[in-house]
Write a protein that binds this ligand. Structure first.
Ligand code: 5AD
Ligand code: FES
Length: 350
């Protein structure tokens, strides 16, 4: 197994079969070795810096019906809200004062956020704070829409592919959604010139080691600038209510492998990881992650953006989350920085 690790470090690439063997054959010792090498890579490229992204959850309305997600259309118990442009700008304003230089606007697929409205919001944030980046995470839209948003000043887009096996995709989503369309969106985003984030859940229902190996191959071949991975966590009002959560240890193992595939990738230690273990985010950083995404949403709506049960930080103010994370990072020898945290091209890293 160690020869596979050597090969991965040397070539930044393995075959799907090899990734699968690495996943299926994992042991605590192998995990430790991968984490050691991943952290060495991240420190070589990024030092001990951890970038922050201020997450603004703009809408809990969603036209989609993904089986895993708490804000899916069919969940009639979900409380629905949408932030006005004024409130979104106020969140960014507060975040700027706290030291955020990237804002992530995330929401369900909510038609209220038309191109016109969303472009206005993006342009207003960019003109108020030209030293900040705006990242969108608003789901599948048309190519024309992505283009308009890019023209308005959005430079980055997060759209998790969720799983790279089309058959597995079908089991996580209703028939009207398709893996092909998801990949078409990701291709459009990249062609337009966005820094693109893909990503997947670890331990989602029906997932096999082979599926995860395909996810790693996609990271390698698509070459995204960001990759969001976190454990699947059940939500009580979804078809997957009684499914088991993904594990901390497998998520961290995959974070290490992704860091070794792509030394320059922006890799968050996600809120979901922090939600399944009190030190989940710290462990993510110690496995090779280099980004954290504290919540900047107004406290009165936070509990309504409930993608899964037990989500942390739903009662804390933005300043509390930033301070809490700064202390957590400090405690493990890292520091959060006031920086846009732009991606680095792997080809420029020797
Ligand atoms: N558990 C973990 N992550 C989830 N997401 C949605 N529902 C869940 C869940 N139950 C993730 C999806 C989505 C992102 C915004 O949140 O991967 O892309
Ligand atoms: Fe929100 Fe710790 S990051 S309270």
């Amino acid at each position: 197994m160690l020869s596979l690790v050597d090969k991965l470090c040397e070539r930044r690439s393995l075959s799907v079969d090899e990734y699968e063997r690495l996943i299926a054959g994992r042991t605590p010792e192998l995990a430790e070795e991968l984490a050691r090498r991943a952290v060495a890579e991240r420190k070589r490229v990024w030092g001990t810096k951890v970038f922050t992204r201020g997450l603004i959850e703009v809408s809990s309305h969603c036209v989609n019906d993904c089986y895993y997600c708490g804000i899916r259309r069919s969940n009639k118990q979900a409380a629905r809200y949408r932030l006005s442009p004024e409130r979104i700008l106020a969140c960014a304003e507060e975040g700027y004062g706290l030291g955020f230089r990237t804002f992530v606007l995330q929401g369900g697929e909510d038609p209220w956020f038309s191109d016109e409205r969303l472009c206005d919001i993006v342009a207003s944030i960019r003109s108020a704070h030209p030293d900040c980046a705006v990242t969108l995470s608003m789901g599948e839209r048309s190519r024309a829409s992505y283009q308009a948003l890019h023209d308005a000043g959005a430079e980055r887009y997060l759209l998790r592919h969720e799983t790279s096996n089309p058959l597995h995709y079908r089991r996580l989503h209703p028939p009207e959604m398709s893996f092909e369309r998801r990949m078409r969106c990701l291709g459009d985003l990249r062609d337009i010139g966005y820094a693109v984030g893909i990503g997947f859940m670890v331990g989602s229902p029906y997932q096999t080691p082979h599926d995860l190996a395909m996810d790693l191959k996609l990271v390698e071949e698509f070459g995204p600038q960001m990759c969001g991975i976190g454990p699947f966590v059940a939500h009580h009002a979804t078809p997957f209510a009684s499914q088991e959560s993904g594990s901390l240890e497998l998520t961290c193992y995959l974070l290490s492998i992704i860091r070794l595939i792509s030394p320059g990738i922006l890799l968050p230690a996600t809120t979901a990881l922090g939600s399944i273990h009190p030190q989940g985010r710290e462990k993510g950083i110690m496995s090779g992650a280099n980004v954290v995404m504290p919540n900047l949403s107004p406290v009165d709506v936070r509990k309504d953006y409930e993608l899964y049960d037990g989500k942390i930080c739903t009662g804390e103010e933005a300043a509390e989350c930033r301070c809490c994370l700064a202390a957590r990072m400090w405690s493990i020898g890292y520091e959060i920085v006031v920086d846009r945290g732009d991606p680095v091209d792997d080809r420029r890293i020797q």
